[in-house]
Design a protein around this ligand. Structure first.
Ligand code: PXL
Length: 276
């Protein structure tokens, strides 16, 4: 069985980061080991959230695994609580990664032109350092602009998106996937492979709503499927479709919570997609 280690926070309530990565990676038939980087009462879109940094656990956990001879097919990182954690995660990858293991970084730190509340302006530069270690990075347009020193635009054209994907891979990763790409009336996901110079665009019907945690749902599905052995274009399509399905289901339920999407109800959809 393939095994991923995913390194991100536990928001005890909020349906994001590890509380979506674990069930989704399990649902696609891949073992999910975890390193919780912090424990928060909720994600940071709530007011007055608590946060306990688990920074001092990252290196001892990695050392124990190394002593036990444990290996991973992929290292998948998401929300990291501080620049210090980025260094520790970086060292963990250096210590445990074998030649062909994948490193996938979702630089979960910003959206809609703004950093998440817990970060300051120095954070994107630090995150870009982690991205330089990755094989594949999964930013949204805000994160992409911040890491490439490009002025953020909420409206742009395809050539801007293509250019930013090139700049992103010049940070070090071979491939970059831009999520929530939107231009010329089209909406979807763009993949750029710097080894071939090829782009793959997957367009979807835009749903006019903002939900938290959808980036984590996309990234967890994408990573699980890729490690499972699906071609990367299929991973992009299925992850984007599953994320959209989660949003639709949530919008159809008037009683749904504001803080996340009902990804649980769409798990049968995901399983059906990976069977076919
Ligand atoms: O979904 C990204 C995310 C993960 N973890 C925490 C967050 C957020 C987004 O706001 O606050 C703690």
């Amino acid at each position: 069985m393939k095994r991923i280690v995913t390194i991100q926070d536990i928001s005890c309530l909020g349906k994001c980061s590890l509380t979506v990565a674990l069930p989704i990676i399990s649902a696609v038939g891949v073992e999910a080991a975890i390193i919780p980087t912090a424990v928060l009462s909720t994600h940071t879109m709530f007011k007055n959230f608590t946060c306990k940094d688990l920074d001092d656990q990252i290196t001892p956990i990695a050392q124990h695994w190394k002593n036990e001879g444990i290996a991973f097919d992929a290292f998948y990182t998401g929300y990291l609580a501080s620049p210090k954690q980025i260094d520790k995660v970086s060292s963990l990858i250096d210590s445990l990664k074998r030649e062909n293991d994948l490193v996938i970084v979702d630089p979960a730190m910003a959206d809609h032109g703004r950093l998440y509340p817990a970060f300051d302006d120095s954070f994107p530069k630090e995150m870009a350092r982690l991205c330089s270690k990755a094989d594949i990075i999964l930013p949204n347009i805000t994160e992409a602009c911040m890491m490439t020193n490009t002025e953020y635009k909420s409206e742009y054209d395809e050539s801007f998106a293509k250019e930013i994907l090139k700049k992103l891979t010049s940070l070090g990763a071979e491939k970059a996937v831009l999520t929530g790409a939107e231009f010329g009336g089209k909406y979807g996901v763009m993949l750029y492979d710097s080894t071939t110079g090829e782009y793959f665009n997957y367009y979807q019907k835009k749903i006019d709503a903002i939900f938290h945690g959808t980036g984590d749902i996309f990234s967890s599905t994408f990573t699980g499927l890729l490690v499972r052995g699906k071609p990367i274009e299929e991973c992009v399509k299925i992850a984007a479709d599953y994320t959209a399905e989660c949003i639709k289901i949530t919008m159809n339920d008037k009683k749904a919570n504001w803080y996340g999407v009902d990804f649980e109800k769409a798990i049968p959809y995901l399983i059906d997609r990976i069977r076919s």
